[in-house]
Design a protein around this ligand. Sequence first.
Ligand code: PMP
Length: 391
Amino acid sequence: MSGSKSSPDWVARHIAGLPRSGIRDFFDLVEGMDDVISLGIGEPDFVTPWNVREAAIYAIKRGQTSYTSNLGYIGLRREICRYVEEHFGPAYAPERECIVTVGVSEALDLILRAVLNPGDEVIYHEPCYVSYAPSITMAHAVPRPVVTHLEDDFTLRPEAVEAAITPRTRVLLLNFPNNPTGAGLTAEAKEQLAEVARRHNLLVISDEIYEELSYEARSPSLAALPGMRERTVLLNGFSKADAMTGFRIGYACGPQTLIEAMMRVHQYSMLCASSIAQAAALEAMRHGQRARDEMRLEYEQRRNVIVRRLNDMGLTCFKPRGAFYAFPCIRSTGLNSRDFAQRLLQQQKVALVPGTAFGACGEGFVRCSYATAMDDIEEAMVRTKAFLESL
Ligand code: PMP
């Protein structure tokens, strides 16, 4: 719609059409309420390990406050490539196959803008991270979600991907371990998806931000499978496993031509990621493994408790293979996701996110983050049970 003379319509159509985040929407309700236990937030409750914070302080003290290379500090890129190779990824050259970004958020935006032409289609799976569809739309491309199901442990079926492919499909965007379901991909599923990508000449963007928070046996990244290195961009970052959300550091590894294309967008938009945050990330790469292991163990214990409690009270819940979210089915209550979340909040002051925030197929589910202290999880479960009994 064009605006009236007095009030021109400045906002671009594809931006005006973006939906409000379902999470933001719901948390407007939470604001101003006291004594709410929140299982809503998708970020670690751990404070960033002290040695990492100290590295940031020390960077400021010694005046490490200038622009860095567009790609990021070479020392950090070397550590990232070493880490990726050690953690089931392929070997990447730090000089030309790795870029440091402002979170995985920027890395995702860069690769989408770098490869998509208007009207190209991107296949991804739903339920998924809230920013996928909007990020694709902002790159003037078309989001093509493929539904995943509780009955399949929310994994992605290769035949469902294949059925969604059209002549305009260019990219397959994957996120395993998954936000919000906690689903993972078995080695066999990865092989099958790689085969589909090769056969249809798709670029794979693999968002592996929760890879370090895997509770099951790990298998090589899709990028490491035969014929996949040249058609995969691997995204990861420091927000989740290193409890560094506010530092805003992520990275992408991939073939030189794609990293170079991402760099072109990055140099004219962001220029570089914060020098101070990069110094902190370097410390996390060099000395952060113990803290990561400790946090993962704690999340795993919380996962075991929350999944058992939810299933015991009749809310069928798949046991997440990774990340820090449980995604129970609430259909047995007869309520839809939004009403369930709203009434639980009003009656028992427990905040969680309606599954529909992660795609229409999230109806009948809610997301509970267990990046929350164990005592709060226990209390939230007591309150949720009381809520169910009141229905
Ligand atoms: N991908 C997924 C799947 C996520 O859940 C998140 C954060 N919730 C991001 C990317 C963005 O992370 P970052 O803080 O690195 O931008």
